[in-house]
Design a protein. Sequence first.
Length: 142
Amino acid sequence: MYKEKSPGMKSLSEFIIEKREKAGLSLSGLADKANIKKEILEDIESGKELFLSVTQRQQLSRVLKISPKELKEYERSYEFQVIPDEVIENLKSQILNHKTDLHCPMCGEPLITRIAKMYDLDDNLVLQPKAHCVKCVFQIKD
């Protein structure tokens, strides 16, 4: 569940764009100075990424000359929910059955899914379902 920001508060993407432009940096320039892939910054500035890793937050804060705490205030707030194992197992089964229209059990937004192909020690193919939400922190990665 998300805690919405107060009306009028900038989004993470708006805040980073504003600070980057104030620093006189292009997207590529910020990526180089912060040692973050340009594609990741594109996702952040386009609003696709709503959360930063601790490392990304520290690197961006250093280059933009702001505190990591200030930057974190613009990230989407969330409360963790415990999703029942049955729901997760059902989603995994649907992914393995190539169902594509799946939705996040936390926020209801679409899930991006894939099937990872791995091999065990005996060289047997093992299919591993993976998923992440387009909006929140939900993911299936084991």
